[in-house]
Design a binder for this molecule. Structure first.
Ligand code: FAD
Ligand code: NAG
Ligand code: NAG
Ligand code: NAG
Length: 494
């Protein structure tokens, strides 16, 4: 598509050059664009305030100069042309479920919010689902349910497709299908120059592969085509144990992970939790064919539990259970790292969790906060399924070469900004302490998952030389001027 500037737009661009306030220039140019009529939200408007309330983490809900709410690929093309022409700093938001300040919304610039680009369609002949980036996984599962298929998507309903899949996407189908990005057969992407391309194994194959993990570095992803999974049933739930069972739960988890078979439908997570009611430990066991109590879970099933919610049903009905309340607007912060699949590595994390959560509570006695530590594996079967489908840029082949590993997530959620000021520094010490202790014990592994990472954890720097090189090459080829490195201010850069 050729670039054509409206008269008013050219005038505004000229004013920008004359040194006008970029804030006004960018938002006025967007507002003057016919294609975007009614889709540019200004501060103080009802629509603008409503969008601010859609962010999971209050840290990420920044007051942009203005927000653009594209409703079509054409709208995104018009938007990017104006942003580049006027050198407007911008942020990208899809489902708004990344957590840190500057992860999606932007304060000094324009937030491009995909919230209204949220539809799903399915082709029963090909088995391919086409999803717009602003869709939430809950709506995708519900949409697909009548067709008897499921998507390789998030484990909670509220998470957005755009950030989740472009950043990788760990799912209940990962042992059997890889990450969410691995089942992507085609990305529709609006590039920095305003053109729209399809990237798949035949066309723009370098972009197809690089986008499997590149997040917002290469362009605006406007449609995601994925292979689906036959059958909709999922068995799973939360099972709670006495804290005294900790070592037995860890051993059951480690053994389960070591014995994971190729393409297994079974997966397990251990979740350690703290809030003002105390510490708790739970497992999340799932079978993505709906089979109850599969033999792989024998180790877990032999433990005595204090309560369990495991049940079987369509994934669209089971997923909301894992979502829980997930309230919006609290101060959420996520951190991640990797260690060996060993009892010592798990014990280090749990012991430090007890120490630091207690310190947080003492430092802010009247705060209402929680810490969640999730322990979940990256298995050889996951990585084999990635490679089989053309590969991604996560660089996990090296990581699992000696067997499955542990990916840990630390999530801190605080009620107020004042309490966060006190607690967050302690959470950061907690994360540093985990890395330090795992290094000292010889269990630290050099890998950081982008979708869980805190702003300074530099996920790409852990993905390996070849993948970094591919990302840079593809970025230079499809975004010569580095618009998504310079003007994009949110998320992670290369
Ligand atoms: C309750 C909860 C559950 C979660 N469960 C899982 C899980 O099961 N597995 C897992 O792997 N992760 C999970 N996550 C993490 C999740 O993958 C990330 O938070 C992800 O960024 C969410 O996607 P989003 O669209 O909601 O994010 P947003 O915050 O909207 O976007 C995050 C980043 O993605 C990029 N991006 C978004 N849309 C586009 C686009 N259209 N084009 C280019 N770049 C884009 C942008 O750079 C943006 O900075 C969970 C998070 C939460 C809060
Ligand atoms: C898409 O977004 C619109 C506007 O926010 C909302 O009303 C609608 O319910 C969403 N559709 C789906 C399928 O979630
Ligand atoms: C939990 O305990 C109950 C009662 O002993 C048992 O029937 C059930 O199988 C257990 N569930 C899990 C997932 O361990
Ligand atoms: C603490 O916060 C959680 C999450 O918002 C809320 O459900 C709970 O009621 C709060 N508890 C107290 C004691 O304020």
């Amino acid at each position: 598509m050729k670039f054509s500037a409206a008269a008013s737009f050219a005038t505004l661009a000229a004013t920008a050059i004359a040194g006008q306030d970029p804030h006004r220039v960018c938002c006025e140019a967007l507002g003057a664009e016919k294609q975007l009529r009614g889709k540019v939200l200004l501060p103080g408007s009802v629509g603008y305030d409503a969008q601010l309330n859609t962010y999971y983490s209050a840290n990420a809900a920044l007051h942009a100069w203005c927000m653009v709410m594209p409703e079509s690929t054409k709208d995104v093309q018009a938007t990017v042309k104006i942003l580049t022409k006027n050198q407007c700093p911008f942020g990208i938001k899809a489902g708004g479920h990344s957590a840190f300040k500057g992860s999606s919304g932007i304060a000094k610039g324009v937030t491009v919010d995909f919230g209204h680009l949220n539809s799903t369609s399915y082709n029963p002949d090909t088995g391919i689902v086409s999803i717009q980036p602003g869709a939430r996984w809950g709506s995708v599962y519900e949409f697909l349910n009548p067709y008897g298929v499921a998507a390789v998507g998030a484990r909670t309903s509220v998470v957005g497709v755009g950030g989740f899949t472009t950043g990788g996407g760990y799912t209940f189908h990962s042992n059997s299908h890889g990450f969410s990005c691995d089942v992507v057969t085609n990305w529709e992407i609006v590039l920095a120059d305003g053109s729209v391309v399809n990237a798949n194994s035949n066309n723009n194959a370098d972009l197809w592969k690089a986008q499997k993990g590149a997040s917002g570095n290469l362009g605006f992803v406007t449609r995601i085509d994925q292979e689906t999974v036959k059958g909709t049933l999922l068995w799973g739930g939360f099972t709670s144990y006495e804290l005294s069972e900790r070592d037995n739960v860890f051993v059951a988890y480690l053994d389960f992970v070591e014995k994971t078979e190729e393409n297994s439908p079974d997966q397990a997570i251990v979740a350690l939790y703290y809030d003002f009611t105390g510490f708790s430990i739970r497992s999340i066991l799932t079978n993505n064919m709906g089979v109850a109590n599969a033999p792989a879970f024998d180790g877990f099933l032999a433990l005595s539990n204090t309560s369990s919610t495991v049940t079987s049903g369509p994934i669209s009905e089971i997923i909301p259970q894992f979502t829980g309340p997930t309230p919006l607007g609290l101060y959420a912060n996520w951190f991640t790292g990797m260690a060996t699949n060993t009892l010592e590595a798990l014990t280090i994390i749990d012991d430090l969790h007890h120490k630091y959560a207690t310190m947080m509570q003492a430092a802010a006695p009247n705060s209402n906060f929680s810490t969640l530590v999730e322990l979940q594996p990256v298995t050889n079967s996951m990585v084999d399924n990635s490679v089989k489908r053309g590969g991604n840029i996560l660089g996990l082949e090296r990581v699992v070469k000696d067997g499955p590993v542990l990916m840990w997530l630390v999530s801190l959620t605080v009620d107020t900004e004042e309490n966060q000021k006190v607690i967050l520094p302690i959470a950061r010490e907690f994360v540093d302490a985990i890395n330090k202790a795992e290094k000292k014990a010889g269990h630290w592994i050099d890998w950081v998952y982008l979708n869980y990472a805190w702003k300074d954890e530099k996920p790409f720097s852990h993905y390996g030389k070849d993948n970094i090189k591919l990302l840079h090459t593809v970025s230079k080829k499809y975004d010569h001027n580095g618009v998504f490195q310079k003007l994009r201010q949110t998320g992670f850069k290369l």
